[in-house]
Design a protein around this ligand. Structure first.
Ligand SMILES: Cc1cc2nc3c(=O)[nH]c(=O)nc-3n(C[C@H](O)[C@H](O)[C@H](O)COP(=O)(O)O)c2cc1C
Length: 172
């Protein structure tokens, strides 16, 4: 786990290689073990491999989402049922579990944020995504995780400097 945490980076360029069904299953098995508040499990995950849908989803934001067009796979992280405010935390935790599980399988990922973002001046990113994927009313969307075999390399972050700046002992 420590090695995975150290080496994970946001990957926005992917090779043409499809993600094997077995790997998609492993990612889903991983995320379905994620902790949720009161074990509420509000999540709904939408697995998207269709090229046309990925292309449309890549335009969900004015910027920050276009690279999805080059990804072979996306998992849309949503939440439904009797939603409590904590669906946001539950969804965010599941998203990072998807990212880390995918990384453990040799895949690169990047979060594309959806909640409270706009597709254009009049349409929210959420409504735009919901329309493409036939998501029912009442279901909320947190983000889209783009997934694929990495076609870029990024060095790990320098955690030593972060230690100095961001970790406090006993008091702030
Ligand atoms: C809550 C959240 C929202 C993010 N939204 C986007 C996004 O919409 N588009 C994007 O390209 N990257 C997005 N990212 C990825 C961040 O830009 C990235 O994690 C950050 O720059 C640190 O780089 P690293 O992931 O390689 O460590 C998001 C990450 C998080 C955690």
């Amino acid at each position: 786990m420590l090695e995975l945490l150290k080496t994970r980076r946001s990957i926005r360029k992917y090779t043409n290689r499809k993600v094997e069904k077995e790997k998609i299953e492993e990612i889903l098995k991983g995320v379905l073990t994620a902790p949720t508040a009161s074990n509420g499990r509000p999540w709904e995950f939408i697995v998207v491999e269709d090229e046309e849908k990925l292309r449309k989803l890549s335009n969900c934001r004015i910027n920050g989402s276009q690279f999805l067009e080059g990804a072979p796979l996306a998992i849309v992280v949503a939440a439904g049922g009797e939603l409590r405010d904590i669906w946001v935390e539950d969804s965010a935790i599941s998203a990072i579990i998807i990212q880390l599980t995918a990384h453990s399988l040799g895949l690169g990922t990047c979060w594309i944020h959806v909640r409270n973002r706009m597709h254009n001046e009049s349409t929210s990113t959420e409504d735009y995504v919901k329309d493409i994927l036939d998501v029912p009313e009442g279901v909320k969307i947190e983000c889209i995780i783009a997934i694929g075999y990495p076609d870029e390399k990024k060095p790990p972050h320098d955690i030593n400097s972060l230690f100095k700046d961001r970790v406090h002992y006993e008091k702030y």
